[in-house]
Design a binder for this molecule. Structure first.
Ligand SMILES: Nc1nc2c(ncn2[C@@H]2O[C@H](COP(=O)(O)OP(=O)(O)O)[C@@H](O)[C@H]2O)c(=O)[nH]1
Ligand SMILES: [Mg+2]
Length: 431
């Protein structure tokens, strides 16, 4: 069955060896049977387009493709199919069978076709129900691409995959900082720093953007220095609908703001607005893989002297060195200096990107994805190290469209596989 193309819907092409579970995965993504699964290899002859309503992705077209030949010889017919499919693919999925070791040469050759076309790719380690958990973790950690362990038959990992697909698609994610989280008449507090590092006589670009959005939403914004937070909490008869803290002092604010008041950080809002939040969060798994001597790039959007000099130059290197327990090779870039290739780096720690637009931040995340280098955001990193990422993420549940997605992100943040010796890092943060 071949249907006409649906140009405006996101097209997700699913590749993999015969019997890897491509069809089973598509059915699991959609939530019911839309394509035939078979224990006999080779049931699916060519590519089939399946228009479907997929949870989180919405109206989409899933493309079930003919299996990548096991012997590494890609036939003319198969290559012809690949060329046609790639023309309409927004996001590619490579399904690997967890019961088969490694990635074959043909699969590597397939992966190499996505980057020149700027097609983001997710690898799925399927059939995790059939192998040991340690084996799954080892293979996910070793993956050069964003990777998710899934069991298409039990449904494990499918929600995480949907989330990754949603945000990895070129036009995924949010474009507002708080516009969708707060409403008319809400008291929203924005906390600004007043320590030695705070910028003199100005707010930063994100603060002004936030204020504008809150005013446009009809909120009652209140801008307070951190030292006045306890006093501000007593100023109204109604509790604030949201408190937005600065990332570097989130930990301190956490101790002051009662747990029933939604509290988030500027970097969570910025990461969501400027880039792909779930990719930033899942990329933090790379932090646990760092070893002494690894190369790290610290990237800032501003080309001028940064507002928070201490953040990129001191705090991040110190945090990472403590985690790794040894020296790291750290390069820094600013402004337009972001490299076209990230090969050779193990990790990129990016600033909140307040002066970058979403397209540019997504482009930078895309370079990392293409080169197999995790790009994280340093606000999220420090919030994660404080074990406060779940608290900072939960106000994003307010928006019903984002609710299930945020629950997934909290699960990823709580899964605890991201950071080693975090108590050491925590001690350091408290300094
Ligand atoms: N145990 C297990 N079996 C799976 C899983 N995914 C697929 N299968 C089975 O693997 C076989 C091949 O699946 P299918 O989707 O037809 O593979 P395709 O050739 O890649 O489309 C079928 O018998 C599926 O039921 C999984 O996650 N766990
Ligand atoms: Mg199939």
């Amino acid at each position: 069955m071949q249907t006409a193309s649906h140009p405006r819907l996101v097209h997700v092409a699913v590749f993999g060896r015969l019997n890897a579970g491509k069809s089973a995965l598509i059915n699991a993504l959609v939530g019911h049977t839309v394509t035939e699964e078979s224990p006999r290899p080779g049931t699916t002859g060519d590519a089939i387009q399946i228009p479907a309503q997929t949870p989180l992705l919405g109206r989409s077209v899933l493309i079930d493709t003919a299996g990548v030949p096991e012997d590494g010889r890609l036939s003319e017919r198969w290559l012809g199919m690949l060329t046609r499919v790639l023309e309409e693919t927004d996001v590619a999925v490579l399904v690997l069978d967890a019961t088969h070791p490694g990635v074959s040469e043909a699969e590597y050759r397939l992966l190499a076709t996505f980057a020149p076309r700027e097609i983001p790719v997710v690898t799925v380690l399927n059939k995790i129900d059939l192998v040991k958990r340690e084996e799954v973790e080892r293979r996910l950690e070793a993956s050069l691409y964003p990777a998710v362990g899934v069991s298409a038959t039990s449904g494990a990992g499918v929600a995480e995959l949907r989330l990754l697909l949603k945000e990895i698609r070129p036009d995924g994610g949010a474009e507002t900082l708080v516009g969708d989280l707060v409403g008319e008449g809400d008291i929203v507090m924005m906390l600004v720093r007043n320590d030695a590092q705070a910028p003199k006589r100005q707010l930063n670009a994100l603060h002004s953007e936030l204020l504008r959005e809150m005013l446009d939403a009809g909120c009652l914004p209140m801008v307070v220095r951190e030292t006045e937070l306890p006093l501000a909490m007593t100023a109204f008869t109604r509790a604030p609908a949201l408190i937005i803290a600065d990332t570097t002092s989130f930990d301190r604010m956490l101790r002051i703001v009662p747990p029933d008041i939604p509290l988030t950080s500027l970097s969570i809002l910025a990461a969501r607005q400027k880039g792909n939040l779930s990719e930033f969060i899942s990329s933090m798994r790379a932090v646990a893989r760092l070893r002494p001597g690894d190369r790290i790039l610290i990237a800032e959007g501003c080309s001028h002297r940064p507002f928070f000099e201490e953040t990129p130059n001191e705090r991040v290197p110190v945090l990472l060195r403590t985690l790794v327990g040894g020296p790291l090779r750290i390069d820094r870039v600013r402004g337009e200096g972001f490299p076209d290739s990230l090969r050779g780096y193990q990790l990129v720690v990016h600033c909140g990107g307040c002066i970058l637009n979403r397209k540019e931040m997504l482009r930078r995340q895309g370079i990392g994805r293409r080169d197999g280098v995790s790009v994280i955001n340093y606000g999220l990193l420090s919030t994660y190290m404080n074990h406060s990422l779940p608290r900072a993420l939960s106000p994003l549940r307010q928006n019903s469209a984002l609710g299930p997605e945020i629950d997934e992100l909290i699960e990823i943040a709580e899964s605890g596989t991201l950071v080693r010796s975090s108590s050491k890092a925590r001690a350091l943060q408290g300094q």
